[in-house]
Design a protein around this ligand. Structure first.
Ligand SMILES: Nc1ncnc2c1ncn2[C@@H]1O[C@H](COP(=O)(O)OP(=O)(O)OP(=O)(O)O)[C@@H](O)[C@H]1O
Ligand SMILES: [Mg+2]
Length: 426
């Protein structure tokens, strides 16, 4: 019987670390055998600021997953987010032959390797080289050049690099937790991983902006014509929303988190819907109050829901404004997305899709990871999109090293991705 392949994903987030261990059959079925989640307070702006806390959180999440699975793991795929990452464009070019020769897979790898050679500045490390399109005989935008005759092959690629120090700090924490990233391919940019958990092929073809609003960061990955075109990270997330609520209303953080989860932007959405329906919104509606545990009084204090909604809205507007500027810039380069897919813990917020639609004027879909069969229900939550995407990425890399049976029952998107990954992602 064919051996199972083990994949371990460690999603290092600003609020939680999630470890998933899965076995993949030769047919490509993923079976989750263990999972662990641990709170993490040792990161700021996507980088480690407290080595002990992050190490402990990794140990705890991985230990829990190992205990459940009854196995021990030493290598894993880990995701990266933060403004120490940078996306850029690169171009590679190789000669095929003076007399026109048929391009083969080796040529494709050579040209990508050439694109990878662009100078990585001191203090940075290349993480991904992802083709946006090939040029053959001066025809650009070719998805797969294999089989075409040419004298020269060129590629336009999206490259992602990261500063060495934050990468090293994260690796040190992993090492102390007796874990290592998979060789060459174990460090995965969050947006790249998350897209595998939640995006549909058609969305990627038409143009889509994947926005993962987590606790500490918002990760943006834009796809068009099936290819990843742009990645970026904003160091704003749900933790800041919670802090804003806590400081403005003078309530403990835990209470602020409860209020954000309970109410979110539902009040603002409801008022807008009533106005749109021609209904008179009375002053009394705006005065609706809820009771909160205050820092300044032992008695529960009343707070207007309209006030809470405004505080949350103000911070989310930072994210939406950043997206608007990004989309305008992308529009000038012909890569404006057609829709937004929102995920990450904040995507669970009541009214957030409505607010994003209002602010940006794009259709918005809330995404949760659903592409893996047999996924436990608690993982089908936007907060776990990156964790599940990372697992799929890991499977793709590992399967890319061994032939995947034709009869694979892994979903179509994953099968296509494995081919893409095997050849193109370095
Ligand atoms: N129902 C909800 N309504 C509003 N906010 C929510 C809800 N559920 C979770 N959140 C927020 O989501 C955030 C956590 O999201 P997530 O788990 O995706 O973050 P993370 O992966 O730990 O962090 P990051 O990806 O930024 O490194 C928290 O700030 C939390 O307040
Ligand atoms: Mg996250």
């Amino acid at each position: 019987m064919a051996r199972k392949q083990r994949v371990t994903a460690v999603d290092v987030g600003a609020t939680k670390i999630c470890c998933i261990i899965a076995d993949a059959s030769a047919r490509g079925d993923l079976e989750i055998i263990g999972m662990g989640v641990s709170p993490n307070g040792g990161m700021r702006r996507g980088v480690v600021v407290d080595v002990d806390e992050v190490t402990q959180a990794i140990r705890s999440a991985v230990g829990e997953a190992e205990g459940q699975a009854g196995v021990s793991v030493s290598r894993c795929f880990v995701n990266l987010s933060g403004d120490f990452l940078g996306g850029d464009s690169s171009r590679g070019s190789v000669a095929i032959g003076a007399n026109n020769r048929v391009i083969n897979e080796h040529d494709v790898q050579r040209v990508i390797e050439n694109a990878r050679m662009v100078g990585v500045p001191d203090g940075r490390r290349m993480l991904h080289v992802i083709p946006k399109g090939f040029t053959v005989n001066e025809v650009s935008g070719i998805k797969n050049p294999v089989g075409l005759s040419a004298m020269q092959l060129m590629v336009d690629a999206h490259i992602i690099t990261g500063s060495v120090s934050p990468l090293q700090n994260l690796q040190n924490c992993m090492e102390m937790a007796e874990l290592e990233p998979e060789e060459n391919s174990g460090l995965v940019v969050s947006g790249v991983a998350t897209s595998l958990g939640v995006l549909q092929d058609e969305e990627k073809d038409l143009g889509v902006a994947l926005v993962d609003i987590g606790g500490g960061t918002t990760d943006l990955a834009v796809f068009k014509e099936g290819h990843l075109r742009h990645t970026d990270v904003l160091c704003v997330g749900g933790t800041l929303v919670t802090y804003d609520v806590a400081t403005a209303l003078r309530v403990p953080l835990q209470e602020a988190e409860r209020l954000v989860i309970q109410e979110g932007l539902s009040f603002k959405q409801e008022m807008a819907a009533r106005r749109a329906a021609g209904e008179e919104v009375e002053a009394a509606d705006m005065e609706r109050e809820i009771e909160v545990t205050s820092l300044s009084s032992v008695q529960p204090q009343p707070v207007k829901v309209s006030e809470l909604s405004e505080i949350i809205d103000l911070r989310l507007m930072d994210v939406f404004e950043w997206l608007r500027v990004s989309f305008d810039r992308l529009g000038k380069m012909g890569t404006r997305p057609a829709s937004i897919v929102l995920t990450g813990g904040v995507a669970e917020m009541k009214g957030v899709a409505w607010a994003a639609e209002q602010a940006l004027g794009y259709p918005v879909r809330i995404a949760r990871p659903e592409s893996v069969r047999g996924l436990p229900s608690h993982l089908r939550n936007p907060a776990y999109s990156a964790s599940v995407g990372l697992l799929i990425y890991g499977l793709g890399v590992l399967k890319g090293k061994t032939p995947v049976a034709r009869s694979s029952s892994v979903n179509k998107a994953l099968q296509g991705f494995i081919t893409w990954l095997k050849e193109y992602v370095f």
